[in-house]
Design a protein around this ligand. Structure first.
Ligand code: S3P
Length: 165
């Protein structure tokens, strides 16, 4: 059976929705960031701080290339997975791509905890979110299904994905 791959900007609910979806469908769940943390023994924020974003993107690409061999799995990706076309080709070859989106206000509110997302650890978070979101918007459109999660709980989003499938 094909994987279900969740993509989307930070704060769109990929991890929470993916975990719930896996439970509902009785299928395995993998969170790519968690996998990188387990494999390196470092938090994502520490990887960024110690080795920089380019190194993190290499780790992310390596993790995706290994995940591409999985089947029947619900995969929650990090928000920047779309930045490398090879990641998306690999993921698309293994399954259905579901893109989660949300309004900028929702994203800002959901990502307000500091220290967790290194790309948003800056003085003007609102400006950074708006800029990154605009830069990536078209990449998140390359999906089989797009869901606006702004006014929905992860439970509702998971149910919507099940209906779609
Ligand atoms: C990133 C998103 C994060 C994490 C890293 C980079 C991004 O994952 O992979 O901080 O570039 O958008 P989440 O989308 O799960 O927050």
């Amino acid at each position: 059976m094909k994987n279900i791959v969740l993509i989307g900007f930070m704060g769109t609910g990929k991890t929470s929705t993916g975990r719930l979806l896996a439970g509902r469908l009785n299928r395995p769940f993998i969170d790519v960031d968690k996998k990188i943390e387990q494999e390196t023994g470092l938090a994502i924020s520490d990887i960024f701080q110690l080795y920089g974003e380019t190194h993190f993107r290499q780790l992310e690409r390596d993790a995706i290339s290994r995940l591409a061999r999985y089947t029947n799995t619900i995969i929650a990706t990090g928000g920047g997975v779309v930045l490398k076309q090879e990641n998306m080709i690999r993921l698309k070859n293994t399954g259905v791509i579901v893109s989660l989106t949300a309004s900028l206000d929702t994203i800002l509110e959901r990502t307000s905890r500091r220290g967790v997302r290194p790309l948003l650890d800056c003085e003007d978070r609102a400006e950074r979110v708006a800029w990154l979101f605009k830069e990536r918007a078209c990449l998140y459109m390359k999906a089989d299904y797009i869901i606006d999660t702004s006014c929905m709980s992860p439970h509702q989003v998971a149910e919507k994905i099940i209906v779609f499938l």
